[in-house]
Ligand binder design. Structure first.
Ligand code: HEM
Length: 143
Protein backbone atom coordinates (compact mmCIF):
# COMPACT_ATOMS: atom_id res chain seq x y z
CA UNK A 1 0.00 0.00 0.00
CA UNK A 2 2.85 2.39 0.84
CA UNK A 3 4.56 1.95 -2.55
CA UNK A 4 1.25 2.34 -4.38
CA UNK A 5 0.53 5.58 -2.54
CA UNK A 6 3.96 7.02 -3.30
CA UNK A 7 3.46 6.18 -7.00
CA UNK A 8 -0.02 7.72 -7.04
CA UNK A 9 1.19 10.85 -5.21
CA UNK A 10 4.18 11.13 -7.55
CA UNK A 11 2.17 10.56 -10.77
CA UNK A 12 -0.72 12.83 -9.79
CA UNK A 13 1.72 15.72 -9.57
CA UNK A 14 1.65 15.86 -13.38
CA UNK A 15 -2.13 16.15 -13.52
CA UNK A 16 -2.05 18.92 -10.90
CA UNK A 17 0.77 20.75 -12.74
CA UNK A 18 -0.92 20.57 -16.16
CA UNK A 19 -4.25 21.77 -14.71
CA UNK A 20 -2.54 24.56 -12.75
CA UNK A 21 -0.64 25.74 -15.82
CA UNK A 22 -3.84 25.73 -17.90
CA UNK A 23 -5.85 27.51 -15.17
CA UNK A 24 -3.19 30.20 -14.66
CA UNK A 25 -2.81 30.76 -18.40
CA UNK A 26 -6.57 30.92 -19.06
CA UNK A 27 -7.38 33.09 -16.04
CA UNK A 28 -4.64 35.66 -16.68
CA UNK A 29 -5.42 35.97 -20.38
CA UNK A 30 -9.17 36.32 -19.72
CA UNK A 31 -8.50 38.80 -16.90
CA UNK A 32 -6.23 40.91 -19.11
CA UNK A 33 -8.60 40.64 -22.09
CA UNK A 34 -11.62 41.42 -19.85
CA UNK A 35 -13.37 38.31 -21.18
CA UNK A 36 -16.53 36.68 -19.81
CA UNK A 37 -16.54 33.91 -17.20
CA UNK A 38 -17.82 30.67 -18.79
CA UNK A 39 -18.97 27.29 -17.44
CA UNK A 40 -15.81 25.83 -18.95
CA UNK A 41 -13.69 28.28 -16.94
CA UNK A 42 -15.47 27.33 -13.72
CA UNK A 43 -14.91 23.61 -14.45
CA UNK A 44 -11.21 24.10 -15.19
CA UNK A 45 -10.70 26.07 -11.96
CA UNK A 46 -12.69 23.48 -9.97
CA UNK A 47 -10.88 20.41 -11.38
CA UNK A 48 -7.57 22.13 -10.64
CA UNK A 49 -8.67 22.67 -7.04
CA UNK A 50 -9.77 19.02 -6.76
CA UNK A 51 -6.42 17.76 -8.13
CA UNK A 52 -4.43 19.60 -5.46
CA UNK A 53 -6.87 18.48 -2.74
CA UNK A 54 -6.35 14.91 -3.89
CA UNK A 55 -2.60 15.43 -3.48
CA UNK A 56 -3.30 16.79 -0.01
CA UNK A 57 -5.23 13.64 1.00
CA UNK A 58 -2.56 11.28 -0.37
CA UNK A 59 0.22 13.43 1.13
CA UNK A 60 -1.41 13.41 4.56
CA UNK A 61 -1.68 9.60 4.57
CA UNK A 62 1.95 9.33 3.42
CA UNK A 63 2.98 11.74 6.15
CA UNK A 64 1.89 9.18 8.76
CA UNK A 65 3.38 6.08 7.14
CA UNK A 66 6.47 7.27 5.26
CA UNK A 67 9.89 6.34 6.67
CA UNK A 68 11.06 9.69 5.31
CA UNK A 69 8.98 11.53 7.91
CA UNK A 70 10.70 11.33 11.28
CA UNK A 71 11.02 14.13 13.83
CA UNK A 72 14.07 12.46 15.40
CA UNK A 73 15.96 12.49 12.12
CA UNK A 74 15.91 16.18 11.26
CA UNK A 75 19.71 16.38 10.99
CA UNK A 76 19.33 14.37 7.78
CA UNK A 77 18.58 16.61 4.78
CA UNK A 78 16.12 14.20 3.09
CA UNK A 79 14.21 13.50 6.32
CA UNK A 80 14.03 17.22 7.09
CA UNK A 81 12.76 17.99 3.59
CA UNK A 82 9.75 15.65 3.89
CA UNK A 83 9.08 16.17 7.59
CA UNK A 84 9.19 19.98 7.51
CA UNK A 85 9.79 21.69 4.17
CA UNK A 86 7.65 19.71 1.70
CA UNK A 87 4.54 19.70 3.89
CA UNK A 88 4.88 23.40 4.85
CA UNK A 89 5.32 24.66 1.28
CA UNK A 90 2.57 22.41 -0.12
CA UNK A 91 0.05 23.26 2.64
CA UNK A 92 0.66 26.96 2.00
CA UNK A 93 0.23 26.47 -1.77
CA UNK A 94 -2.97 24.42 -1.39
CA UNK A 95 -4.40 26.96 1.10
CA UNK A 96 -3.75 29.83 -1.35
CA UNK A 97 -5.36 27.91 -4.22
CA UNK A 98 -8.41 27.14 -2.04
CA UNK A 99 -8.73 30.79 -0.96
CA UNK A 100 -8.39 31.90 -4.59
CA UNK A 101 -11.13 29.53 -5.72
CA UNK A 102 -13.61 30.54 -3.03
CA UNK A 103 -12.93 34.27 -3.39
CA UNK A 104 -13.31 33.95 -7.15
CA UNK A 105 -16.63 32.15 -6.66
CA UNK A 106 -17.95 34.98 -4.49
CA UNK A 107 -16.63 37.81 -6.69
CA UNK A 108 -19.28 39.71 -8.64
CA UNK A 109 -17.54 40.74 -11.85
CA UNK A 110 -16.19 38.29 -14.44
CA UNK A 111 -12.84 40.09 -14.67
CA UNK A 112 -12.45 39.95 -10.89
CA UNK A 113 -13.22 36.19 -10.90
CA UNK A 114 -10.42 35.53 -13.38
CA UNK A 115 -8.04 37.93 -11.62
CA UNK A 116 -8.37 36.17 -8.26
CA UNK A 117 -7.70 32.74 -9.79
CA UNK A 118 -4.78 34.11 -11.81
CA UNK A 119 -3.07 35.60 -8.76
CA UNK A 120 -3.77 32.90 -6.14
CA UNK A 121 -3.29 29.88 -8.44
CA UNK A 122 -0.20 31.55 -9.92
CA UNK A 123 1.48 31.92 -6.53
CA UNK A 124 0.32 28.40 -5.59
CA UNK A 125 1.86 26.97 -8.77
CA UNK A 126 5.16 28.75 -8.06
CA UNK A 127 5.28 27.33 -4.53
CA UNK A 128 4.43 23.80 -5.73
CA UNK A 129 7.25 23.94 -8.30
CA UNK A 130 9.63 24.90 -5.47
CA UNK A 131 8.26 22.20 -3.11
CA UNK A 132 8.50 19.23 -5.49
CA UNK A 133 11.49 16.91 -4.81
CA UNK A 134 12.70 17.06 -8.44
CA UNK A 135 15.39 14.46 -9.31
CA UNK A 136 18.13 17.11 -9.64
CA UNK A 137 17.66 18.09 -5.98
CA UNK A 138 18.89 14.70 -4.81
CA UNK A 139 16.14 14.21 -2.23
CA UNK A 140 15.73 10.50 -2.76
CA UNK A 141 12.47 10.78 -4.72
CA UNK A 142 11.76 8.18 -7.42
CA UNK A 143 10.61 10.73 -10.07
C1 HEM B 1 0.27 19.64 -4.96
C2 HEM B 1 0.89 19.24 -3.88
C3 HEM B 1 1.94 18.16 -3.84
C4 HEM B 1 2.75 17.68 -4.82
C5 HEM B 1 2.81 18.10 -6.29
C6 HEM B 1 3.59 16.66 -4.22
C7 HEM B 1 4.55 15.93 -4.89
C8 HEM B 1 5.35 14.95 -4.33
C9 HEM B 1 6.35 14.18 -5.02
C10 HEM B 1 6.69 14.33 -6.52
C11 HEM B 1 6.93 13.32 -4.14
C12 HEM B 1 8.05 12.29 -4.42
C13 HEM B 1 7.44 10.93 -4.65
C14 HEM B 1 8.51 9.95 -5.09
O1 HEM B 1 9.35 9.54 -4.27
O2 HEM B 1 8.53 9.58 -6.28
C15 HEM B 1 6.30 13.56 -2.85
C16 HEM B 1 6.60 12.88 -1.70
C17 HEM B 1 5.96 13.06 -0.49
N1 HEM B 1 4.93 13.94 -0.23
FE1 HEM B 1 4.11 15.27 -1.56
N2 HEM B 1 3.28 16.56 -2.88
C18 HEM B 1 2.28 17.45 -2.60
C19 HEM B 1 1.68 17.70 -1.39
C20 HEM B 1 1.97 17.02 -0.22
C21 HEM B 1 1.38 17.28 1.07
C22 HEM B 1 0.34 18.38 1.34
C23 HEM B 1 1.92 16.39 1.94
C24 HEM B 1 1.67 16.20 3.41
C25 HEM B 1 0.58 16.53 4.01
C26 HEM B 1 2.86 15.56 1.21
C27 HEM B 1 3.61 14.55 1.76
C28 HEM B 1 4.59 13.82 1.09
C29 HEM B 1 5.40 12.80 1.71
C30 HEM B 1 5.35 12.34 3.16
C31 HEM B 1 6.26 12.31 0.71
C32 HEM B 1 7.36 11.22 0.87
C33 HEM B 1 6.82 9.90 0.42
C34 HEM B 1 7.88 8.82 0.49
O3 HEM B 1 8.66 8.68 -0.47
O4 HEM B 1 7.93 8.13 1.52
N3 HEM B 1 2.86 15.98 -0.10
N4 HEM B 1 5.36 14.55 -2.99
Amino acid sequence: MYTGLVHAHSGLRWLALVLLLAAVFVSISRWQGQKSFTDGNRKLYLFTLISVHLQLVLGLILYFISPKVNFDGLANRVIRFYTVEHITIMLLAITLITVGYSRSKRATSDTQKHRLVGIFYGIGLGLILVGIPWAFRGLGAGN
